[in-house]
Design a protein around this ligand. Structure first.
Ligand SMILES: [Mn+2]
Length: 572
């Protein structure tokens, strides 16, 4: 019922068709179209027959496909049109979305930085969770920084533009699946710390432009717009912050909070002063729920005579450099994830299934305060170790396998991203160790280059080039060829509120940036994949490995595994 990842474009292993559609559980049941209730369907336009055993269901699917808006039919991963029906019908106790297409919200690791804004939001769809939230008060999925930190970020962004900035939070309608929980749009969260649906933010460079009909406190240079409170909704969703609540300024850190309905007329007022307005514009093809497309259309309608310009560059650049408060949260995510990786080393045994390793790791994250995983866990054994974003986790771990474990928790909204590769039996074979040591050597070479001014990607001396050169200069495949062909991905990405944090990956490194360093070699014909991934803070003079507590060498890993084997296998 949910889509797990798409393809890896440069993957030499198995070039997959670019698009999968996500289908409802009833569809999967009717068609056997997937594993364990996951209905995958390849796009019929690709000429690939849907894996349907029910011709009627497949015909219905095709007719629905034909009605999709152009952009979706051209290659989007999920269809938005069934979700509204689903909500309404659920209210009436009906479930008629047998052929519904679910927005993709699973935090797939393969989202690009531009697209990683998408599909993050989760709607509370499980009555039990709602009830718990009501009892416990408003569940705080993220841990706020002090209001001053958000105020300073907004002031910085205001100073960077020549017109008002409008940013929209998620509405809570982005994901209609049963497991969805609300999670705020990361840019909006970065600027506001506000974690409830349906809000918007307006920043105005010159406050005198927004003298709004003598409202008390005018003029304003920033306003938070909130939905009015709805007592009927709150029975289900729990109490929310409303624009007219006493103390709303204190709670939100905004001197001015208005009902959302006022945003349009405030914008109209601002057109008297400004020609340029800024927002997050959608990429050419927005993946998942079309949040940016919808809201930039809304804004164009509200501002027909104005220029609506992109703010992402300025905002992404700010997000790339972490504050002390952000680093505290990141370290907590990393520490929980390190503990989970230690557990995996101790638990690893032939005979276990991949999902069992992941299950223990997820539990350790949650016990440590992580609200959720930073991305869909990857535990790949044998051949699965060579699939970069492997996510089925249904393989049995066999003696002699290597197991790639790329699993990280998310704490206070901030992601950890850690990979270790373990020998299933506790001891690498000579060939496995040879490849392992090449990956480790490449990682060490890349780490040594991390300092302010260094480049992740680009010409000679970039981390990507260092890793490629190192891998090509060490070891050979079975045909005697260099191993560079088995390193198909990038060495690094920024890490933060998103596991693949947005921003320019060719920007020279600066102190305060947190990036991953993650070389890998994946040889499918040998069922041998190795990735080692650590999270690194760029400092004034070089770098600090935030994941340093977790050993990286083959010797250390074997030692930890051997020590655990003298004791009985840990129980859940
Ligand atoms: Mn990574």
């Amino acid at each position: 019922m949910r889509q797990i990842g798409a393809c890896w474009p440069g993957n030499p292993v198995e070039p997959l068709p670019r698009i999968y559609y996500v289908l409802g559980p009833n569809f999967a049941k009717a068609t056997d179209g997937g594993v364990a209730g996951r209905g995958f369907l390849r796009r019929p336009e690709n000429g690939l027959a849907p894996p349907a055993t029910s011709a009627a269901k497949a015909a219905h699917f095709r007719s629905r496909m034909a009605r999709l808006p152009f952009g979706w039919a051209q290659g989007k991963r999920a269809c938005p049109d069934a979700r509204g029906e689903q909500r309404n019908d659920k209210r009436n106790g009906l479930r008629v979305f047998a052929e519904g297409y679910f927005p993709v919200s699973w935090r797939a690791k393969n989202m690009t930085s531009r697209n990683s804004r998408m599909g993050r939001s989760r709607r509370v769809g499980i009555a039990l969770l709602v009830a718990l939230a009501c009892v416990a008060g408003i569940a705080q999925a993220r841990f706020r920084q002090p209001s001053e930190e958000y105020q300073a970020r907004r002031a910085k962004l205001r100073a960077a533009v020549d017109g008002p900035v409008v940013i929209f939070g998620y509405t809570g309608h982005e994901d209609a699946s049963e497991v969805a929980l609300f999670f705020q749009e990361p840019h909006f969260y970065y600027l506001t710390g506000h974690d409830e649906p349906g809000a918007a933010l307006l920043l105005v460079p010159d406050p005198s432009a927004l003298n709004l009909g003598g409202r008390p406190g005018s003029p304003f240079n920033e306003i938070l717009y909130l939905q009015p409170r709805d007592p009927k909704e709150e029975v289900w969703e729990g109490p929310k912050i409303g624009p007219d609540d006493p103390g709303v300024e204190e709670k939100t850190g905004f001197a001015h909070v208005e009902p959302f309905a006022k945003l349009k007329s405030d914008l109209a007022e601002l057109t008297k002063t400004y020609k340029n307005f800024y927002t997050l514009l959608p990429p050419k093809e927005e993946e998942g729920y079309p949040h940016l497309t919808n809201w930039s259309n809304w804004l164009h309608d509200a501002l027909p005579q104005s220029n609506v310009k992109e703010i992402a560059l300025a905002l992404d650049a700010m997000r790339q450099v972490k504050s002390a408060g952000e680093l505290v949260l990141m370290q907590k995510a990393i520490d929980a994830s390190i503990d989970a990786h230690f557990d995996a080393m101790k638990t690893m045994r032939p005979g276990l299934f991949e999902y069992q390793i992941a299950a223990r790791m997820k539990q350790i994250h949650e016990w440590a305060g992580c609200a959720r995983e930073a991305y869909a866990p990857i535990v790949g054994t044998g051949f699965d170790s060579t699939v970069l974003h492997y996510s089925a986790l249904d393989g049995e771990i066999k003696d002699g396998d290597v197991v790639v474990i790329d699993v990280g928790g998310e704490y206070g909204g901030y992601a950890a991203d850690i990979t270790r590769t373990l020998p299933a039996s506790g001891k690498f074979t000579p060939r496995q160790r040879e490849i392992y040591d090449i990956v480790l050597g490449a990682q060490n070479a890349a780490l040594a280059a991390v300092k302010p001014g260094a480049l992740l990607y680009g010409p000679k001396g970039s981390l990507q080039q260092i890793v490629t050169d190192y891998i090509n200069a060490h070891g050979k495949d079975k045909e005697g060829r260099p191993l560079g062909r088995y390193y198909p991905h990038g060495v690094s990405h920024h890490l933060g509120l998103d596991v693949h944090d947005p921003g320019d990956r060719t920007r020279p490194l600066e102190p305060g940036m947190v990036v991953t360093v993650e070389p890998g070699i994946y040889i499918p014909e040998e069922n041998l994949g190795v990735r080692i991934e650590d999270d690194v803070l760029v400092t004034k003079d070089g770098y600090q490995i935030l994941t340093a507590r977790l050993p990286r060498t083959a010797d250390e890993i074997e030692k930890i595994m051997a020590a655990a084997r003298t004791r009985p296998s840990p129980q859940p």
